[in-house]
Design a protein around this ligand. Structure first.
Ligand SMILES: [Zn+2]
Length: 579
């Protein structure tokens, strides 16, 4: 495919099972390989046969995974190319739906295979429990309910995405309105904020209805699978073996006790700097000193070479990894016409190399993104020698430790991009962002715990539960005159609607990243070494062991959080504020 930015990449290991030159966009070619795997597993005589079978299954999965990634990359790099779009859609519509049940069937066959008991326990512990749960929570009668859930999720996205406002004579999407919250002119900010908030409020009834249908479906799905409530089902389904709802409650309590005082301090400072009596919802995103945006680079080439220098200062291995990605052209970073929005890191599962996509335009946000996505890329590079496909990726709670740590560690060398005062300003913004997001994560998570442990609740009860959380975690923002907006604020959080319970992962990972950073303050070489070793483990160990390898505790209590908040406070105090 010449639509890809990189040349064809050799498989990391020669194929043993998947035929060379097979068209992996053609389900008729792929299906016989699944037939073979199903037949072969019955014929396994020894544990060694079963292990070999697992590797062949992984080889097939990786080859299909890479085909899917390449088509996705080609499409997002060339949104104006009809062939690229067609190739991607063909895969999504003709291969993926066929693939899912066949993968599930193999998982089922594996779980019931008696030879499984003879595999080395320690090595297969994680793979086994994941595969077993995948099979265990499955119910055929839930398939139509999940289809309905997906339909409602799409309805939510359609509704959110369709909303526009008339602003200064022009129709604008709510996303486009976001930038006006950074405008120095307070009246303009307020006008923009109120337009957006009231537009959402007009649809409150629809958001509530979609959500109530989703909750009802989810409760039924959980009952069908034999669970007393959807929370218990979701924890199982998400593979949360190593933490419980009580641990999440500990996280909420720790944020309340340790982070909220810091939020109050930051808000008081913002009030002083803005010269206002109270901080209103439209005062939260603007630079409080009205400075122009930071300009870390003009050309994307500069961003790449400076990022390379940052990694060189951090660690030789990481720098070599980033260098190699440049040589193989595994980076497509500049914003240009015909490119999809946003940024992502994708792994080419057979070549076992990462690819980074983004739309850099010269903002500090771009520097954060390249550091973040490079962290994910280092994770992919670190697991190249792992032959079990499932172990080449880690649970999201730890994947984000890899990326968020790299933001914090890389920020130490921001002088590659800026003069000292600007570098400090960028650091301050980043650290304040961490402090401010933790309470929102706690709010979104605690709300869902309440929802799914209060079956049959009324709309008024739900609203009261939300407002109680806003009082706990909302800080001192002046909502007077906008009480209804405050009560419905959760309507804008996509995860609550379409990825139930999936959000606290980012809070857990941030605690890990802060610990890696704290370790680096004490002993940089050791912290970097532990970080790299933990990445090499991929997904082969349970979360507490991955965290331990990185030099972190997997624990969300006040005892863990307090010193991390103190570190952030001390570091902020060291950063002089310059006008
Ligand atoms: Zn990430």
């Amino acid at each position: 495919m010449d639509l890809l930015p990189f040349d064809s990449l050799p498989a990391h290991k020669p194929r043993r099972f998947v035929p060379q030159g097979i068209d992996l966009g053609d389900w008729a070619r792929i299906a016989p390989l699944f037939d073979q795997l199903e037949a072969r597993v019955q014929a396994c005589a020894t544990a060694a046969d079963l292990e070999r079978w697992l590797l062949d299954w992984g080889e097939l999965s990786a080859a299909i995974d890479e085909e899917s990634s390449k088509r996705y990359i080609a499409m997002t790099c060339h949104t104006d190319n009809a062939d690229a779009e067609k190739a991607y859609l063909h895969f999504v519509e003709n291969v993926e739906p066929q693939l899912k049940p066949r993968q599930f069937k193999l998982a089922q066959i594996y779980v019931s295979n008696p030879l499984r008991a003879q595999l080395p326990k320690d090595r297969y512990q994680v793979f086994d429990r994941d595969t077993q749960v995948h099979v265990e929570v499955f119910r055929a009668e839930n398939i139509p309910l999940e289809t309905e859930e997906a339909r409602l999720s799409q309805q939510y996205q359609k509704l959110s995405g369709s909303l526009t406002v008339q602003f200064r004579g022009e129709e604008k999407t709510l996303v486009q309105m976001g930038r006006y919250l950074e405008e120095p002119d307070q009246a303009l900010r307020q006008e923009a904020w109120e337009l957006v908030a009231n537009r959402r409020l007009q649809e409150a009834e629809k958001f509530e209805e979609i959500f109530e249908q989703l909750v009802k479906l989810r409760e039924q799905i959980a009952r069908n699978a034999g669970y007393g409530n959807y929370r218990d089902y979701a924890f199982r389904k998400l593979g949360r073996f190593d933490y419980t709802p009580e641990d999440c409650e500990k996280f909420h309590a720790a944020v309340e006790a340790e982070v909220m005082p810091m939020v109050a301090e930051l808000q008081a400072e913002r009030r002083r700097q803005l010269g206002v009596e109270t901080v209103c919802p439209w005062d939260l995103a603007v630079d409080p000193l009205n400075r122009p945006p930071l300009q870390p680079f003009d050309q994307v080439d500069q961003m790449v070479s400076r990022t390379q220098e940052v990694f060189a200062r951090l660690d030789g291995d990481l720098a070599a990894g980033f260098q190699r990605m440049q040589e193989l052209r595994l980076l497509d970073l500049a914003n240009r016409k015909g490119k999809a929005p946003g940024g992502y890191q994708s792994t080419l599962a057979e070549a076992r190399v990462p690819f980074i996509f983004m739309n850099a335009v010269g903002l500090q946000r771009d520097v954060e993104t390249i550091l973040h996505e490079s962290g994910h890329a280092f994770h992919a590079l670190a697991t190249r020698d792992e032959d079990l496909y499932a172990y080449r990726s880690a649970p999201i709670e730890f994947c984000e430790v890899a990326s968020m740590s790299m933001e914090l560690l890389g920020n130490e060398f921001l002088e590659r991009f800026y003069a000292v005062p600007e570098a400090n300003r960028a650091r301050r913004t980043h650290l304040e962002g961490i402090v401010n997001i933790l309470p929102w994560i706690a709010t979104v998570d605690a709300f869902q715990h309440w929802i799914y442990t209060h079956p049959g609740h009324t709309r008024a009860e739900r609203s009261a539960a939300w407002l109680a959380l806003m009082a706990r975690f909302g800080g001192e923002v002046d909502w007077r005159g906008h009480e209804a907006v405050r009560a419905n604020l959760w309507h804008r959080q996509l995860h609550i609607f379409i990825h139930a319970f999936y959000y606290i992962e980012y809070g857990i990972a941030q605690l890990g990243a802060l610990q890696v950073w704290a370790n680096s303050k004490r002993d940089k070489a050791k912290a970097l070494n532990d970080y790299k070793r933990s990445l090499e483990l991929g997904g082969s160990r349970p979360l507490p062991e991955l965290f331990a390898a990185a030099g972190c505790k997997f624990e969300f209590s006040r005892q863990t959080m307090a010193p991390l908040v103190k570190l952030v406070r001390d570091e902020l105090a060291k950063l002089p504020v310059e006008r």
